[in-house]
Structures are given as structure tokens and as C-alpha cells.
Design a protein around this ligand. Sequence first.
Ligand SMILES: [Zn+2]
Length: 457
Amino acid sequence: MSVRVIRARTLLAAGEPPRHDAAVVINDDVIGWVGDWSDLAGSVSSVTEVDGVVSPGFVDAHSHLRGIPLDEHGLPARQFEAWICSLAAASDLDPHDEALVAGVGLLETGVTAVQGFVDASADEQTALDRARAAARGLASTGIRSLLVLGFADRALRAPEPALDDWELVSALPPLLPASSVARVAREWLDQNAPARTEYGIGPVGGQWSSDALLEALASCAGNHRVHTHLHESRHHRDWLAGAQSPLERLRSTGLLNDRLSGAHGVHLRADELDLIAASGASLVHCPASNEALHVGRAGVAEWLSRGIPAGIGIDSQNVGAPDMFEVMRATLATAHHVDDPISAEQAFMMATTGGSHALGIAGGGRIAAGSPADLIALDLEASTVDDLVANGSADCVRSVWVAGAPVVVDGRSTVDASAARTRLTGQLASDRVAREERLAKLADTLDLVEQLAEARR
Ligand SMILES: [Zn+2]
């Protein structure tokens, strides 16, 4: 058995009082013992000294694993319906390299586990090949992950068909048909996963899924986790006029249960939150992305007061360099803006134990015997969780351990992502002229979509 001892000036974990001059003993990949350093001193020879804070690593519970921000594709954040149409113009980058660069960026901000969402492309083999490449790239960084293959068969990047603008849909890329979904989902779930990687599936969003697709996913899910976008934009509830809401359709096809997590959840009514609470499903708050895409503000305090397990997603779609500390502060700001504040302790809980619950990581987000040894060391003067949330930043992350293994040392990932980053920027540059042409062709459509969506507010 490999044993590692970390001595910290302060240990901070959600729901536990701060411990000062404390020690954590890691046995292989789990925490074996936690207590006062004075109880251990003299009995151990090799110790990692942390003159700052040790806390559980963060969980980014919703990510698209973008290694290159969409800004650099010339696709800045804008009103949601127009923005999602604009993704059709994005450059096609290597999924292995994107996931590798994204994983390194997350680890260096103290994220030890991520729920990554990879869209299935239109062809069965390509969908699997691309998702497997992302899995390999992500796993090579040492991060823990739940990698979700996402399916859609109804005009994913289209404006609302409720507006009868289906003609615009012809410009959109083809999608994997529902008849292929069960085959691809089973193959994805049944394969061997790299170390620290779990596989999940999910509809990209209920509004973008036929009943046949939702039923196919429900038939394959078994005990695997399911993840989806849930009522992100105000238009998603009645995206197809007269149809059930996405939440109702998840429920009626059997997908609303304690293995489901839904991202965003901005537009959920009180009765819908009651339904989610009763199901045991988790919600994932993405405050930075919600602001950037003008979708509105989620009432997170209402989630927590109902006992809904809740995590936080950095949501790589619309943020530059990830910083979980900023996203925790955005979580507090959002709650403040909707006049239903939450505490820093609750935001920290969402970023650690809540996110672990959403990803199905048993005992995750805690510093306790038997919990996974996913820990971070911060160069930060903080004696309470309030201090950590108020004053922390990605820059103060010095060391990161995932399953007991050091994956960030002196603030830098042990995996060199520079070659992958260079390949990605090369791909982006070589596609620049073609991408600008695609975007120019879409420009009028995007403006029209934005006007139509704004008119329906
Ligand atoms: Zn998303």
C-alpha cells in the first residue's frame, strides 16, 4: 500500500468545522485518516507540508470540454437561441486534444472531477470514435470524470420550431437518427473505461429529442448516470407548441430519477422543483454561462430548500479560462440578484459534495476516512469557508491530488498540454477563412432568430 501524509495549516470541507494544523493520511487512492497533526507527529517520516489550505477538490458538474474558447472561433456569447444556431459555424477541432487541454485547465483551477458532455455526431462510428478520443484525452490528464454521450434528433441548433421557421433548419448539421441511438448508447456504456472514468448518456435536451430517442435512452440507461440540459432558456418549455415540457417528457419516459442530473434549470416552476425533489434527481447551476447567454437566473435557494442535490457547472461553452472560485462567487451573486441569497458554505457545498453527488462519486467532496483522495492545496490565507470563497482564485491552486496521485505540482499540471494546444490553434487558424464564410452565411439568420426570440419574451 502506498501511504502519503499531508500536513495543512487549515483543512476546510463543506459541513465540517475548520481544522487547524491538521493532517490527512492517504492510503493508495482513498483518505485513510484525518486528525490533528500533533496526534501523528513523530510517527511518520515523509510529509507534504501545506502552508495554506487543503480542501476537497472541486467538481465541475457541467462542461463541454472546450480546450479553445468559442470566442476564439469568432463566436462570442449572445442571446441563447441565436448563439446556439451560431455553433454550426464553429471549427471542427480534434476531440482528444480539446479534452486534454480542457482537463489540464480544470485541474489547474482545482477541479478534480468533471462531468463532460460530448454531442454524438451524425454517423454511428464517428460518434463513438470522437467520444472515445475525448475520453482518452481527458483521462490522460489524470482528472476523474463522468463522460456523457449526448443525443439529439430534433433540430439541435435550430431556432424554435414553434415559430414555424423550419426553413432555417435546412442550414443545420445532420443528427444521429433515433433508430441508431440505442445501438450507440449501449456500445458506449458497455466498453471498458480508462482509469477514473465513468460513462453516462443523456438527451442533449428534452426539447431536442423525439419520444423515440428518450425511450431508447431510458431502455439503455440501467444503473448508469444520465445528464441533460434542462429548461435552460425560457423558450424550451414550449419549444414545440402544445407538446409536454421537457421535464414532463423526461418523467413520462422514465428518465427522471435519482441517476439524472439536469444542467441550468433556470426556468423551473415550484411544482416542477417539487417533482424533481421527489425524484432524487440533481440539478447543476451554471451561473456564468446563464449570464453570458442571457437565459435568466436560476433560483438556487429554492432548489436547496427543497433538498434537491445541487452542483455547479463552469460550463466551458462561454467562459474563458475556468475559475471555480469565480463561479462560486457568481453563484452567490445570482442568488443575491433574485433576492433569495445562499451562503458561501452552500456554494462551497455545491462545488464539492453536491457536484460529487451529481456525478455519482460515493463519499466525494469530503475529507473523511473512506472518501476518495481528491484534494487540493491552496496558497491562501483562509481560516473559514467564507474566506476561501471570497478570496480564492485559480492562481492560488498549488497542488492537486486525484485518487491520491499528484496531478498538479507547483500550480502546473504534470501533463504538458502545450503540443495539443499548438495543434488546436493550428487547426483553428487553418479553418479561419472557411469559418468566416460559414458565419457570414449564417449572419442574417442569427439576427432574425434573435429578433424572433426577443419578441416572444
Ligand atoms: Zn451545456
